[in-house]
Design a protein around this ligand. Structure first.
Ligand SMILES: [Mn+2]
Length: 326
C-alpha cells in the first residue's frame, strides 16, 4: 500500500515538477516579449520625437524664407523636346535652393504668330487665381541655368533679371531684359504686364523694360562674382536651324512695335483656355495651359503675315514656329 502511495506521489511530483518547468519557461517568454514590446514602443516614441523636431525645424525654415511661392511662367509652342530637358533640370536646380515653386507652361494653340508677351499675361492671370504664388519668373524654355549661384528666391522690392546681359549666351546690350525675369506679382500688375501687340519674334521684352523704368522699379542682376560668364552660366538649347526665329514684319508692325504701348497689357489680353492638364516628367510636374489667343486684326493685322496681307516687306507664309524669345 505504502509503495503504491509513494509511486503515485513520485509520478504526480514528476508531473508537477515538469509543469512547473513549463510554467517557468512560459513566464520567462512572457517577460521577454513584454520587454521587447517596451523597447519597440520606446523606439517608436523616439521616432515621433525626431519627427516633431524635424517638423519644427522645417516650419522655422519656411518662416525665414517668408513662405514665398514662385510660379515659373513658360511661354511655349512646339518645343516639347526642350521642355523635357527644362523640367527635369529645373526640379533638381530649384530643389537645391529650397525654393517653393510651380511650373505653368502656356502653350499657344491658335494659328496666329507666336506672342510671348500675351502668353505671359495669360499665364499670370491664371496663376493669380489658381495658385498660391506671390512672385513669378517669366522663363524661356530653352535657357537652362547652370550656375547654382543664380538665385531664384523672392526678389522683394526690386525686379531680378537672372539672364543678365553679362551672363546671357547671346544678348549683351545694357537694357536687355529677356530670357529669365523675376518679380513679385504686385510689380507685374503695376506695370500692366506686357504689351499684347508683339506677334512674331522679339521686342516685347524691350517694351517691358520701358514699362518698368517708367514705374521706377529697381532692376537687380546677379552679382559679377558668380564665377561664370556668357559661355557657362546657362545652356541655350536653341537649335536655330530647326527653330527659325519668326522675324517677319508686315503691315505697320515695325513702326508700331518701336513705340511704348500704353493701351494693351495684362488687363485686356484676349484668349480662351481650351484645356489644361498636369504633365509629370520624371516626378517634375508642370501645369500645361492650352491657350488660344485672340487677335483684333484691325489693331494688329500682323498677327498673321500672309501673301497679299498688307504693306511693308511682304514675306511668304510664316511657319508655325514657337519662339520664346531668342
Ligand atoms: Mn532661344
Amino acid at each position: 500500500m505504502m509503495k503504491v502511495y509513494t509511486d503515485v506521489f513520485r509520478i504526480c511530483g514528476n508531473k508537477l515538477l515538469r509543469s512547473h518547468k513549463i510554467l517557468t519557461i512560459f513566464i520567462l517568454l512572457c517577460i521577454i516579449i513584454v520587454l521587447l514590446l517596451i523597447i519597440i514602443v520606446q523606439l517608436y516614441q523616439c521616432d515621433c520625437i525626431f519627427d516633431n523636431v524635424e517638423e519644427v525645424q522645417s516650419e522655422s525654415l519656411v518662416e525665414t524664407k517668408g513662405n514665398h511661392v514662385l510660379c515659373l511662367i513658360i511661354p511655349f509652342r512646339d518645343r516639347f523636346d526642350e521642355l523635357l530637358v527644362f523640367l527635369t533640370h529645373m526640379k533638381v536646380f530649384l530643389d537645391n535652393q529650397s525654393v517653393e515653386y510651380q511650373v505653368y507652361v502656356v502653350n499657344q494653340v491658335d494659328s496666329y504668330r507666336f506672342n510671348r508677351g500675351s502668353l505671359i499675361n495669360v499665364g499670370f492671370r491664371h496663376v493669380s487665381s489658381h495658385s498660391s504664388c506671390d512672385f513669378i519668373a517669366m522663363h524661356d524654355v530653352d535657357l537652362i541655368p547652370l550656375n547654382p549661384k543664380l538665385n531664384y528666391s523672392y526678389p522683394g522690392d526690386s525686379i531680378m533679371h537672372i539672364a543678365a546681359p553679362h551672363l546671357h549666351p547671346k544678348y549683351h546690350y545694357k537694357t536687355f531684359l529677356g530670357g529669365i525675369l523675376m518679380m513679385k506679382n504686385a510689380h507685374f500688375q503695376l506695370v500692366n504686364g506686357l504689351s499684347n501687340k508683339y506677334w512674331g519674334w522679339g521686342l516685347e521684352d524691350d517694351e517691358l523694360y520701358v514699362r518698368i523704368k517708367e514705374a521706377r522699379i529697381r532692376i537687380d542682376r546677379p552679382p559679377d562674382n558668380v564665377g561664370t560668364g556668357i559661355s557657362d552660366t546657362f545652356r541655350h538649347i536653341h537649335d536655330k536651324t530647326r527653330r527659325r526665329r519668326d522675324m517677319t514684319k508686315c503691315f505697320n508692325q515695325k513702326e508700331v512695335t518701336r513705340k511704348r504701348d500704353r493701351e494693351t497689357g495684362l488687363h485686356d489680353v484676349q484668349y480662351t483656355l481650351s484645356s489644361s492638364y498636369v504633365l509629370n516628367v520624371n516626378e517634375s510636374l508642370a501645369v500645361i495651359l492650352n491657350v488660344g489667343l485672340k487677335c483684333n486684326q484691325t489693331v494688329t493685322p500682323w498677327c498673321l503675315c500672309r501673301v497679299g496681307g498688307g504693306g511693308g516687306k511682304q514675306v511668304l507664309p510664316v511657319p508655325r514656329v514657337g519662339n520664346p524669345s531668342g
